[in-house]
Write a protein that binds this ligand. Structure first.
Ligand code: NAD
Length: 444
């Protein structure tokens, strides 16, 4: 099949590359010329495990090309995938200006029957708007299909090849057959539904996952008060098949480019229909507050934070991605700075993206390794559970270079047994504080 993907970001690039790997001819389009230039030079603008190799393989096979000219993509394509961003407006509603522009551009370039397949996360009714915009700008026949995307950054290639399900919102039999054919190599679990329900499935899924996270974080906060251990509680709950263990890891809350904006957008979608989504509003509020618990924990341990040096391990909103959109690290670092702390920050991949997110000042130092960040620090805060931070050897090796061996674990990655092999005072989320058994020599 000939496919054009409009918007070559986290979703568009991964989807385009994976469809090309299945034997389709894919052309990825983006208005950002620098992105296209990088890709044409075999450089990948985002970090995503396995992606670079797949791009190289499929470009060499002749199945994958990149362009900034939408006309080149649309004229040849049977299926045109919309994968542009839908970032939040100040009101919380999704900004649909990129979608509307792309719909117009596609219509202008159409030369024969096309299927326009929306992968961007869009409010209920948006695909109908896309249909109207295209109709106003072309006489060519076309169908609009909603196929919401569920991939997770950090495992996006794996998720695309192994989806739990494919949702196809469609009104035309001709388009339905083509889109089923396109996705058949990925899974048999294909759900065909109406377009509005497909749009809602995406928001409802993200809202539910966000709810699980805020739920377990509140349980963690209560565990701290009553002396229970949230890891054991989550394990006991998760074994119940009706509950499931996924998304029950207590921590500093969710971030990233999807959950924060999609929960806000769903609150707005409901609000526009005079429905107050009370549960989801609380989920968002709990999440907004949860990241600041880390700062309270530091204050309890260190007293005033003024003049203290805090090492930050992890800036990306989650491991295995360089995406820092709505990363909790931003607000935590800004708040620590406000309290007078000096920050030594390190992330294996997301450092450069993070630097453009935060205002530089002399109280933020960028470090080249996890170890360098801890040297001379009064405490370490783990904010992203990158694999390299879970290494007990690393943990043991950094304690002697610190001014105080305090470890605040925002992701609960270490066990009691691990900590006993160190000299750290270990503070985590929803679990009793622990102290290691090994004496340490602290630097002055
Ligand atoms: P992104 O910001 O990484 O990429 C969007 C791309 O679209 C950018 O490269 C931008 O330059 C390009 N673009 C914008 N307007 C354009 C135009 N007129 N013509 C050509 N290109 C244009 O966004 P993303 O993270 O890939 O998300 C895209 C959509 O997918 C969003 O609606 C998002 O909610 C949804 N989604 C994202 C994820 C995720 O994990 N990132 C997962 C599921 C769904």
């Amino acid at each position: 099949m000939n496919i054009a993907v409009i918007g070559t970001g986290y979703v568009g690039l991964v989807s385009g590359v994976c469809f090309s790997d299945l034997g389709n001819k894919v052309i990825c389009v983006d208005k950002d010329q620098s992105k296209i230039d990088m890709l044409n030079n075999m450089d990948v603008p985002i970090y995503e495990p396995g992606l670079k190799e797949l791009i190289k393989k499929n470009v060499e096979k002749g199945n994958l090309t990149f362009t900034s000219e939408i006309s080149k993509g649309v004229t040849e394509a049977d299926v045109i995938i919309i994968a542009v961003g839908t970032p939040p407006l100040p009101s919380g509603e999704a900004n649909l200006s990129f979608i509307e522009q792309v719909a117009k551009d596609i219509a202008t370039e159409m030369n024969t029957y096309k299927i326009v397949m929306t992968k961007s996360t869009v409010p209920v009714g948006t695909n109908e708007q896309i249909q109207q915009i295209i109709s106003r700008n072309t006489d060519q026949p076309f169908d609009v299909v909603s196929v919401p995307e569920f991939l997770r950054e950090g495992s996006a290639v794996h998720d695309t090849f192994n989806p739990d399900r494919i949702i196809i919102g469609v009104e035309s039999k001709q388009a339905e057959d083509v889109i089923i054919e396109l996705h058949k190599p990925l899974t048999e679990k294909i759900i065909v539904t109406d377009i509005r329900s497909a749009e809602m499935i995406k928001y409802a899924s993200n809202a539910f996952l966000a709810t699980k996270i805020s739920f377990i974080n509140e349980i963690a906060n209560i565990c701290e008060k009553v002396g229970a251990d949230v890891t054991k509680v989550a394990n006991g709950m998760g074994l119940d098949k009706r509950i499931g263990s996924a998304f029950l890891n207590a921590g500093i809350g969710y971030g990233g480019s999807c959950f924060p904006k999609d929960t806000q957008a769903l609150i707005q979608i409901a609000g526009n229909e005079d429905y107050e989504f009370k549960l989801l509003k609380s989920v968002v509020q709990v999440n907004n507050e949860q990241r600041y618990n880390i700062i309270e924990k530091l204050k309890q341990s260190l007293g005033s934070l003024s003049g203290q040096t805090i090492a930050i391990w992890g800036l990306a909103f989650k491991p295995d991605t360089d995406d820092v959109r709505d990363a909790p690290a931003k607000e935590i670092i800004e708040e620590l700075n406000k309290a007078g702390a000096h920050i030594k920050a390190y992330d294996p991949i997301a450092m450069e993206n993070f630097k453009s997110l935060i205002e530089a000042n002399e109280n933020i130092e960028w470090c080249v390794s996890a170890k360098e960040a801890t040297e001379g620090s009064h405490a370490v805060c783990l904010l992203t559970d990158w694999k390299e931070f879970k290494d007990l050897k690393l943990l043991k090796s950094v304690q002697n270079g610190m001014k105080q061996p305090i470890f605040v674990d925002g992701r609960n990655v270490f066990t009691k047994e691990d900590i006993q092999e160190t000299g750290f005072e270990y503070i985590s989320i929803g679990r009793p504080s622990m102290k290691g058994r090994i004496p340490v020599t602290v630097t002055q």
